[in-house]
Design a protein around this ligand. Structure first.
Ligand SMILES: O=P(O)(O)OC[C@H]1O[C@H](O[C@H]2O[C@H](CO)[C@@H](O)[C@H](O)[C@H]2O)[C@H](O)[C@@H](O)[C@@H]1O
Length: 249
């Protein structure tokens, strides 16, 4: 951990965690990630100790997060905040644009090159080029062109992926949780690794929130603190629980 380490108080703080690249190592394909069994145990313990003030905030849809985190049922924000499951189990789905026409605009590129994959979500499309890195600029240019005709989306450059997502962000999702029980009134901590997580850092570190962002891995970030990789994030969670009630994150 670099820069600023702060006391983590399970009674007064709330924890918001990105998923890919933060809790699990990146994998060649979205479906290939491996969830360490210890992660499930740690999240379960944190959920209990913090009276439920723990949420996952991801670019993935809710059903995928539930699948990978089973048997846990946590509060979730999916598709970068376009859908949420609150702590009391309500699903809140933002209105989103239909991806059909955008998909049609992207498919010719995907079909004419090996190694490209189009992931379809509710209101979002992720064009993955991890297996065709030389096509990065081509993918970005194609997405920019396609979005000129599709006003319902914002472009997001992620890790070996360019996404068209709804006009939402993870900061808004965290803010929404912080208006609800059991998150309300707590100091937020947000841990994430990618550009989409910067909106989460900005929100929790704003003057009114007085929280902490923790960036995972290299690259520019506004987060006040940094750790190296998902293994180090697990280490932080473990440490916080071991030191409970006087722990630090
Ligand atoms: O917000 P996150 O939880 O970090 O999700 C961001 C995107 O993650 C997934 O793609 C990324 O991870 C894959 C598995 O490691 C990797 O193969 C891919 O190259 C990465 O971009 C997911 O597929 C996307 O839907 C998420 O938006």
């Amino acid at each position: 951990m670099t820069k600023q380490t702060r006391h983590y108080d399970f009674a007064a703080d709330a924890l918001f965690l990105d998923f890919d690249g933060t809790l699990v190592d990146l994998a060649p394909q979205p479906e290939d990630i491996v969830v360490p069994p210890e992660l499930i145990t740690l999240l379960q313990r944190i959920q209990q100790e913090s009276n439920g003030a723990l949420a996952i905030v991801s670019g993935r849809p809710l059903d995928q997060l539930d699948f990978f985190l089973a048997p846990l049922r946590l509060p979730l924000a999916g598709v970068h905040g376009a859908e949420r499951r609150t702590a009391d189990g309500r699903i809140i789905a933002q209105p989103v644009a239909d991806v059909h026409h955008l998909r049609q605009r992207l498919m010719p590129l995907v079909n004419s090159h090996d190694g490209l994959q189009l992931e379809i979500k509710r209101g979002a499309l992720a064009l993955h080029y991890r297996h065709a890195a030389h096509l990065q600029q081509r993918c970005i240019d194609t997405m920019i062109d396609a979005l000129k005709h599709e006003p319902g989306f914002t472009m997001l450059n992620g890790k070996m992926v360019v996404e068209a997502k709804p006009h939402v962000n993870k900061g808004d999702a965290v803010a929404a949780f912080l208006h609800e029980t059991p998150f309300r009134g707590r100091r937020p901590v947000f841990i994430g690794d990618d550009i989409t997580d910067e909106a989460g850092f900005a929100l929790v570190q704003s003057e009114t929130m007085n929280g902490l962002g923790i960036k995972v891995g290299a690259g520019p970030s506004q987060a006040f603190a940094r750790v190296d990789n998902p293994a180090a994030v697990l280490g932080l969670l473990r440490q916080a629980l071991d030191a409970h009630p006087a722990s630090s994150l």
